[in-house]
Design a protein around this ligand. Structure first.
Ligand code: 16G
Length: 255
């Protein structure tokens, strides 16, 4: 590692820190590191050069290098391992929060393979919350489906879907570990017209930790969705816990 990293780049990275610039030096270094990650000169899991190496390469102080690295750690682009160094984190998957897509489709769009571990699939009476969300009477039959959603075999989210039984009963016989719920529902004639979704910050619980492969208390993105059919009737209410280290949502805002 060390200098070989810089040398192997054949000096391409020499364009450095502009000391005349009003932009703070630590910020310039952050942008340089960010750029290296984007161009995949530094890849996920790879150690970044040490603070000392950054100082020598760019003629900056230790404090400046430390601040840049610390901020990138806080932003989740880098992570530290005690006694081993600082590494590039896995890229977060982005979901554009405008299109009504399924998890399977989202992953496919990114060239990844979606799969699921079905933890539960039960027919049961709707409790008060689910009944309210789906606009049905308490006790109406629903299908409750709990799945760990994997992307390329790595856990990304834990989802609990509550579906109207009359709409979803066809999926009870389907092995959903390799199949998309939405594709199965479409085959059964369901047309999805829209969904309402909310996002909340949260923490991975004890019970979820094991399924998601992260320690309890890790940051999570809690998403709730109500999906409507062609008659504008809600047929699905989903609560999901996404790993905040792997997932990020973007939106396009218009004036
Ligand atoms: C997405 C949806 C979820 C839906 C699932 C179907 C969010 C937050 N949730 O994960 O509501 O049930 O897709 O996925 O986007 P599937 O068709 O791949 O089984």
């Amino acid at each position: 590692m060390g200098y070989s990293f810089w040398l192997s780049e054949g000096g391409a990275r020499l364009a450095g820190i502009d000391t005349e610039s009003p932009v703070p030096k630590y910020y310039q270094l952050k942008e340089i590191i960010r750029d290296m990650i984007e161009k995949e000169e530094l890849r996920a899991g790879q150690a970044i050069p040490s603070e000392r190496e950054f100082c020598e390469r760019y003629g900056i102080s230790r404090m400046t290098a430390r601040q840049a690295i610390m901020e990138l750690v806080n932003e989740g682009l880098l992570y530290r391992e005690q006694g081993r160094g600082t590494f590039v984190a896995e890229k977060k998957l982005q979901q554009e929060a405008v299109r009504l897509t399924s998890f399977t489709q989202d992953m496919r769009d990114r060239g990844m393979r979606a799969s699921s571990r079905v933890l539960e699939m039960e027919v049961e009476p709707a409790g008060p919350v689910v009944a309210r969300m789906l606009g049905v009477d308490r006790g109406t039959r629903i299908v409750r489906l709990r799945r760990v959603r994997d992307a390329d075999g790595e856990p990304m989210a834990l989802e609990t879907s509550h579906l109207l039984y009359e709409v979803a009963r066809g999926v009870l016989d389907v092995d959903l570990s390799e199949r998309s719920l939405y594709e199965e529902l479409r085959k059964a004639g369901v047309r999805m017209s829209r969904a309402e979704q909310s996002y909340e910050a949260g923490l991975v619980s004890e019970a979820e930790a094991e399924h998601l492969g992260v320690p309890a208390g890790s940051p999570a993105l809690l998403i709730e969705r109500i999906t409507f059919d062609q008659n504008d009737r809600p047929f699905e209410y989903v609560k999901s816990t996404y790993r905040a280290d792997r997932y990020r949502v973007t939106t396009v805002l218009h004036p």
